[in-house]
Ligand binder design. Structure first.
Ligand code: HEC
Length: 122
């Protein structure tokens, strides 16, 4: 009887170990809705509507992926090369949001970087 219980416990433990990384991985990837909330509150007043600056729409997932007239705003998997990331960090000028400061918080910038790094999931 004791061995039987131990067996169940061991199985349970193994199952837990298998699930754990997946749970953590999911927590690590920001959802598009979180990223979207930042764009909606800080970017869409300019990058929305019918004629946004440089043709860059930040008011929808497709708009973000489509990028600007002169090239992509984000490179999936590569935040460091993404113009949008450079723009919110101020390594591309003019720094965004153009009506800043205030700029985006460190947390918001990290969230956007992680989202791009994860392949910018919808
Ligand atoms: C007050 C209006 C305004 C706001 C708010 C704003 N932008 Fe912009 N954005 C502009 C203008 C205007 C340009 C064109 C560049 C310039 O001014 O020389 C631009 C250009 C850009 C570009 C470069 C497009 C290209 O490829 O040439 C990116 C990327 C960008 N904005 C991202 C953002 C993000 C992200 C936010 C929100 C955090 C934001 N912008 C908020 C006005 C704004």
């Amino acid at each position: 009887m004791k061995a039987y219980l131990l067996g169940i416990f061991a199985l349970f433990f193994v199952a837990l170990m298998i699930c754990m990384p997946q749970v953590f991985a999911q927590q690590g990837v920001p959802a598009f809705s979180d990223v979207d909330a930042i764009f909606q509150s800080r970017c869409v007043k300019c990058h929305g509507g019918t004629r946004p600056p440089e043709g860059l729409h930040l008011d929808s997932y497709n708009g973000i992926i489509a990028g600007a007239k002169d090239g992509p705003a984000i490179i999936k998997g590569d935040p460091a090369k993404s113009k949008l990331v450079k723009a919110i960090k101020g390594t591309w000028k003019p720094r965004m949001p153009k009506d800043g400061p205030p700029w985006l918080s460190g947390n918001d910038i990290t969230l956007i970087e992680k989202w791009i790094e994860a392949g910018a999931p919808q």
